[in-house]
Design a protein around this ligand. Sequence first.
Ligand code: MG
Length: 159
Amino acid sequence: MKTRVGFGFDVHRLVEGRELWLGGIRIDHSLGLLGHSDADVLIHALCDALLGAANMRDIGFHFPDTAGKYKGIDSKILLRKTVELVRGKGYSIGNADITVCAERPKLNPHIPAMQQCLAECMAIDPDDISIKATTTERLGFTGREEGISAYAVVLIEKP
Ligand code: MG
């Protein structure tokens, strides 16, 4: 069995007039994340971790933000395509562990729905997806609510 680990990181800016999408679900908030896609920072970090584990470059390489076809795209579509790429190289997905840094809104009530949503996209067990939320104690850009960041680690394996 070949076992590999991957790491991903992403940041998006918080602005007025955008919906907030995180972990594949829409969350009620006064601000939303700005980006070419729906700017789901959690999914983007997860995609980069998956691609990194398989040594398949990064999300911008596969889904360039200059391409019109990805404008406003639901990041769940990018996640499904990323999982296809990784499985296409012969790997199965073990587990993912994700941390989101946001001062507001409180994310803990939404975590079970995110786990369920991501598990369906990735065709794995929700128990294999850990999502953790933290503030940064009002420090830095996340603390000032200028943006949200996310970190992800995944394990993949093939016989
Ligand atoms: Mg991104």
